[in-house]
Ligand binder design. Structure first.
Ligand code: ZN
Length: 156
């Protein structure tokens, strides 16, 4: 199977099946060289895990399968445009290409307001709905100095 629509259809079918299994309506697959290396369907309510989005689970599965934290040679197919958390995970995994089915407005229309988070991200920190305050910055900086000085670290 090497057709983009086939991989997207797989992600959509996983989302459909996940609804029947009590999960959210989202599925994702990670593909490398025309082969599925990771799959995920939303498990937020099943696992009581707010981070168990389809894309995150698919990325974790692909990283385990390929034994690497760098998925720069992979493509992600997701049944819905990634939320900001998943988009962040995609950036961290270095996945360079994403296909999505539904978009964020479609998600918002059925009660998944990713767009709210996207709007928050574009605001100055002081205007966001989450209160964020710096604390013990000098002490925390020592940790970064230790990392910076470490000669045998694995960069990522
Ligand atoms: Zn997400």
């Amino acid at each position: 199977m090497d057709n983009h629509s086939d991989f997207m259809r797989m992600a959509i079918e996983m989302a459909d099946e996940n609804i029947r299994n009590g999960g959210g309506p989202f599925g994702a697959v990670v593909v490398k060289d025309g082969k599925v290396v990771g799959k995920g369907a939303n498990q937020v309510t099943n696992h009581n895990d707010p981070t168990a989005h389809a894309e995150v689970l698919a990325i974790r599965a692909a990283s385990r399968e390929l034994n690497t934290f760098n998925l720069s040679n992979c493509v992600l197919y997701t049944s819905c445009e990634p939320c900001p958390m998943c988009l962040g995970a995609i950036y961290w995994a270095r996945i360079p290409h994403v296909y999505y089915g539904n978009n964020r407005e479609d998600a918002a229309s059925i009660g998944f307001d990713d767009d709210f988070i996207y709007r928050e991200l574009s605001m100055p920190m002081a205007n966001r709905s989450i209160l964020m305050q710096p604390l013990l910055s000098e002490e925390a900086l020592n940790t970064f100095r230790a990392w910076s000085d470490k000669s045998d670290k694995i960069d990522y």
